[in-house]
Design a protein around this ligand. Structure first.
Ligand code: ADP
Ligand code: MG
Length: 453
């Protein structure tokens, strides 16, 4: 097993990315972070490579803190980020553009991620149709399923399939013009084209494509000009039997805020959904990911991860990355017991404590938590305090004396008095009852209540 000193930077970075995706808006992620390449990891410093000084500056100013904070949280140790510009022969950044302009300047076409292939995709009952149709599209380009519309919840493999189609078509050669983009990027590109009076070039580019892959079309909602443009692009490509593949988080009918004529075109070909994978498929996905990463992970560990995380393949992958990175950092083998401690327990909420109750009550009545513990007799404060005490007794296992200690060391008879007072109020006053029920519900949504479940 590797030690801390040579833990794989790719695994470290992947873990950070999983968390970053939750915090950074999709469009910003694409602009700043999508091209990052993990370079090395020394145990303290993670070096990442970026294509140009603008991206370096952007990441340092906008995301360094977030990344370092995520790393500290995920790995339980501080890590500092070293951002380096690596020259890999890509087109240099035009020097005349300022930084902020860079931010809104999309790279022409999003590169395909070479890891998103049919080979690395696991097909199961959950995605059979979408998978088969994607493969078929490669062979029949523009002739059979046009457009192919894939929909499903986030993290279930839509982008993977779209890019697998692009990668396979590119592999097969034949000089096909392939464009992968997202509806957001399409919109930004259009806006820029309008701003710089280059819409003719924009149109020309999109209308000579052989394979157009547009990801996340649900973001078209409410974007009139973009829909209009896409409508014409669609017609043009469709008329010339060029293949169009679209993805969305919902089926075409449910795209409110998208023109009916566009929605109906989305349904002209084949609509295929992707559902969350079942247990066996989750195991198969994890196994494949581990193999692709060249890491040996034992079956018990995979089974544990698969049983804990069920709704989202990205989360599944995140847990695996985290497990691998953690084992490398610690220089230990992955065992189910070790893992048990660090995996998030999906669906399992933290146990409700008196502190949580105080927090919620204070928030609701615009007070400080301290007010609830203090001695103020002001009506708003003392009433809120009585309610917090009542809920502490009703919703946790704490005894009256224990609750007293948490509320400014009050005597247990004082606590009982508060409790009885609220109990009476509850029975007599519908308004108080409604209010307390609301607080209870808010707490129950976020915490596990002893005895309640
Ligand atoms: P979506 O676009 O639907 O939000 P992605 O395509 O980005 O989801 O998938 C999220 C992650 O899960 C990616 O890393 C992808 O490789 C992986 N993934 C999803 N489904 C599968 C699958 N069936 N087999 C292998 N990997 C998958
Ligand atoms: Mg996606």
């Amino acid at each position: 097993m590797r030690t801390v000193m040579d833990a794989n930077p790719v695994n470290i970075w992947n873990t950070i990315v999983s968390a970053l995706r939750d915090e950074v808006p999709h469009a910003s992620f694409q602009i700043w972070l999508a091209d990052v390449e993990p370079l090395s990891f020394t145990g303290e410093v993670l070096a990442i490579g970026v294509p140009d000084p603008f991206t370096k500056g952007g990441i340092e100013r906008r995301y360094r803190e977030t990344i370092e904070r995520i790393a500290a949280r995920e790995f339980d140790r501080p890590l500092s980020l070293d951002v380096r510009v690596v020259d890999d022969g890509r087109k240099p950044t035009p020097p005349q553009l300022g930084r902020e302009e860079m931010a809104s300047q999309p790279r022409d076409t999003l590169p395909l991620n070479p890891d998103y292939t049919f080979e690395s995709f696991v097909s199961g009952k959950n995605n059979q149709l979408a998978y088969a149709a994607s493969m078929a599209v490669v062979d029949t380009l523009g002739k059979a399923y046009n457009p192919l519309f894939i929909y499903g919840d986030v993290g279930l493999g839509k982008t993977h399939l779209l890019q697998a189609i692009g990668n396979r078509v590119a592999e097969e050669g034949g000089e096909k013009a392939i464009v992968y983009t997202t509806s957001e990027r399409f919109a930004i590109e259009l806006i820029n084209a309008i701003r710089t009076s280059t819409t003719a070039a924009f149109r020309a580019k999109y209308r000579k494509i052989d394979l157009l892959l547009i990801d996340d079309v649900h973001f078209l909602e409410g974007k009139e000009a973009t829909q209009e443009e896409l409508f014409h692009t669609f017609n043009e490509l469709y008329g010339r039997q060029k293949q169009i593949v679209l993805s969305s988080d919902r089926q075409p009918e449910d795209l409110s805020g998208v023109q009916e004529r566009l929605v109906s075109r989305f349904r002209w070909g084949l609509v295929a959904d992707i559902k969350p994978p079942d247990f066996e498929t989750r195991i198969a996905i994890l196994r494949k990911k581990a193999i692709n990463r060249g890491v040996e992970v034992n079956d018990d560990v995979l089974a544990l991860i698969a049983s804990r995380i069920s709704s989202n393949v990205r989360a599944l992958e995140g847990a695996l990355n985290k497990a691998i990175a953690y084992a490398e950092l610690e220089g230990v083998h992955l065992t189910p017991t070790r893992l048990e401690e660090m995996l998030p327990k999906e669906g399992q909420r933290p146990r409700l404590t008196i502190e949580h109750i105080k927090e919620e009550v204070a928030l609701r009545y615009h007070l400080k938590r301290r007010d609830l513990e203090g001695t103020s007799r002001k009506k708003e404060i003392s009433q809120a305090r009585h309610i917090a005490i009542f809920l502490s007794r009703e919703m946790t296992d704490n005894s009256f004396p224990a609750i007293g200690r948490e509320f400014g060391n009050r005597d247990h008879t004082t606590i009982m008095h508060s409790y009885m007072k609220v109990k009476t109020l509850l029975e007599e006053t519908p308004l108080v009852r409604a209010e307390i029920n609301e607080i209870k519900e808010a707490l129950a949504a976020r915490y596990a209540i002893p005895g309640l479940r």
